[in-house]
Design a binder for this molecule. Structure first.
Ligand code: DGL
Length: 281
């Protein structure tokens, strides 16, 4: 069945990270009806085999398709790297948008020619990432220095005040060595990381002294703009006059997703509903 303009847009991630993309979608496309899936029962994807990430991406996409989505945003760099090619082959009629670490925008702003890339191990080891970084380095001469932030997603997912200390410890371990290589730009190559951007900036400021501030690159807004462009092109943009409530599902803790919607999206309880995917995927 061909979707119509009032059909929802589906967005998914391994957990709450995709909400950092969804917040841009809500700003840029305020009248779209949105369905979000946090595959929190399987988070983090970044340490899982590519075959499992693909399996979960298909299962979650099936759930979203069963709810009649007109477009899919894979709001997860790790799932994009492992699964987007297969998803596009499997669902050729569906508009599918993925995330990739913002290496291209980084080439336009780096002055030192050195760019740090923070992402999951799975993203950084993927063929997709290796191809992109090799090609862009050859074209621009920019050197990309990858840093897998193992453990960080787990801590961001916890959303409790005691995780802040562990987040800081992990970032204190991962970021200073990158700064020593003279990077002036850090790519946030995982959709969870914009939620700890303030911690990252704090650490970069402490270590750089009076040198120019390190620029952080997050591609969430660019993805939302790309989605808008595709919906317009396919005459699928919503014509509703009000913002419908967000519908969110979790395959893990429903309470945690609820807290994240309140905390990161500033939603009041009448602006969203949360359900468990139990029995669905
Ligand atoms: N938010 C994800 C990403 O953009 C997934 C992180 C994970 O589950 O390891 O890569």
């Amino acid at each position: 069945m061909t979707p119509d303009r009032s059909a929802p847009v589906g967005v998914f991630d391994s957990g709450i990270g995709g909400l950092s993309v969804l917040q841009h979608i809500r700003q840029i496309l305020p009248h779209e009806s949105l369905l979000y899936v946090a595959d929190a029962g399987y988070t983090p994807y970044g340490d899982k085999p590519a075959s499992l990430i693909l399996e979960r991406s298909i299962a979650v996409t099936e759930l979203l398709l069963s709810q009649g989505i007109k477009a899919l945003v894979v709001a997860c760099n790790t799932a994009t790297a492992s699964a987007i090619k297969h998803l596009r082959e499997r669902y050729p009629e569906l508009i599918i948008i993925g995330m990739e670490p913002g290496l291209k925008p980084a080439t336009q702003i780096s002055k030192t020619g050195k760019v740090g890339v923070l992402a999951t191990r799975s993203t950084l080891q993927s063929e997709k990432y290796l191809q992109l970084s090799t090609q862009l380095s050859a074209e621009t001469g920019i050197q990309f220095i990858p840093q897998a932030c193992v453990g960080l997603v787990d801590q961001i997912e916890k959303l409790d005040p005691s995780s802040a200390i562990h987040i800081r410890q992990l970032l204190d371990e991962y970021i200073p060595p990158l700064l020593e290589t003279n990077v002036d730009t850090l790519v946030l190559g995982c959709t969870h990381y914009p939620f700890v951007a303030d911690f990252i900036t704090e650490i970069t400021e402490k270590h750089k002294g009076n040198l120019p501030a390190i620029q952080l690159i997050d591609t969430g807004r660019a993805v939302a703009l790309h989605l808008k462009g595709l919906l317009m092109k396919h005459a699928l943009a919503s014509e509703m006059k009000t913002a419908p409530p967000l519908i969110a599902y979790s395959s893990g803790s429903v309470k945690r997703l609820q807290d994240a919607c309140r905390h990161y999206l500033n939603l009041t309880d009448d602006q969203f509903t949360i359900a468990s995917t139990t029995g669905l995927v």
